[in-house]
Design a protein. Structure first.
Length: 315
């Protein structure tokens, strides 16, 4: 649990710091006259959250944490917290006042609060699951739920840890089995994912035919990707292109984009990679980026008036 807790703090801290540079947040903080906030604020906020969840019956900690959430415009998170606390102290005037402040603030700053509140809501949910896992360390469902939250925060390492633990506890549980395979697919660990299917599949308690078919489909994709990786007749550049074509077919555009970004990073003159990335950007509805990559691909390959060009330019 120490490892997961440390990962959580690092990830949330990092994401909060990233959020501090976004235009929407800057505009809101300038409007409120608080543009001078620095990383210390985020650190203090996380510390107050840690204190509250380590002793949730401490009303003083609850009030301090709620005040900090409201001050930093995390209104939805504050309302969620105060809703829980007010059930314990229904007659407390201070808690009722804070709750009203959170409601008023959330209404006035709805445009900003959404992205930040989403992060804080996940942080609160993960903290709650931490406590439940401490009490029930053999509950595969709890690890699975926390892994999903980590996955939503794009913390693949922490998600893999939780999904793997869930599968170790009870891999007959379909969700644990599927998520353990899927996270390895996202991380490019296709051989490990196939090995897991081979070892555990016969023990899985499928609820219906679609669940079984989902695993079969995933196995086919993993097999194709593994064969590309192991194909000695393909160089690394063409392996990347072949993998991208599979990702595009599956509409996993983020995986395709990551693969192409890495390929272009290794070779800035890789014209075919620019052309494929232009197509991916087009499918992601990022027409400006698609046109930039198309022009670079045309410059590097000397190929003009292609079907891709007509698609992106609308000729």
């Amino acid at each position: 649990m120490i490892r997961i807790h440390n990962i959580l703090l690092l990830i949330v801290f990092g994401l909060l710091c990233q959020c501090s540079g976004r235009t929407t947040e800057e505009g809101t903080r300038k409007h409120a006259g608080e543009n001078g906030q620095d990383m210390r604020t985020d650190t203090e906020l996380l510390e107050l959250g840690r204190k509250y969840y380590s002793d949730p019956d401490n009303k003083g900690n609850a009030i301090k944490y709620s005040e900090a959430l409201i001050k930093n415009r995390y209104y939805s998170a504050a309302m969620k917290l105060l809703d829980e606390v007010s059930r314990k102290y229904p007659e407390d005037v201070k808690i009722q006042e804070l709750y009203q402040d959170a409601i008023r603030g959330g209404y006035g700053y709805h445009e900003y609060s959404e992205s930040g509140d989403t992060l804080l809501t996940k942080f609160l949910a993960i903290s709650g699951l931490d406590q439940q896992i401490q009490k029930s360390p053999s509950d595969a469902g709890l690890y699975n739920r926390r892994g999903i939250l980590f996955l939503q925060m794009n913390n693949l390492n922490a998600a893999e840890f939780d999904f793997t633990r869930a599968c170790q506890i009870d891999c007959t549980f379909y969700d644990s089995f599927y998520n353990s395979i899927y996270i390895k697919y996202l991380m490019g660990k296709t051989s490990e994912a196939l090995q897991l299917i081979s070892i555990e599949e016969e023990n899985i308690l499928y609820k219906d035919a679609p669940e079984r078919q989902t695993i079969n489909n995933l196995r086919k994709v993993l097999t194709d990707l593994t064969e590309i990786t192991n194909n000695i007749n393909l160089d690394e550049k063409n392996k990347s292109l072949e993998k991208v074509r599979i990702y595009v077919k599956l509409k996993d555009f983020n995986l395709a984009l990551n693969e192409l970004n890495n390929a272009i990073l290794k070779d800035h003159n890789f014209g075919d990679a620019y052309a494929l990335r232009a197509m991916v950007f087009y499918y992601m509805d990022q027409k400006g980026e698609a046109l930039k990559d198309l022009e670079m691909a045309e410059k590097l390959t000397g190929k003009f008036d292609t079907p891709l060009s007509k698609m992106i330019r609308g000729d």
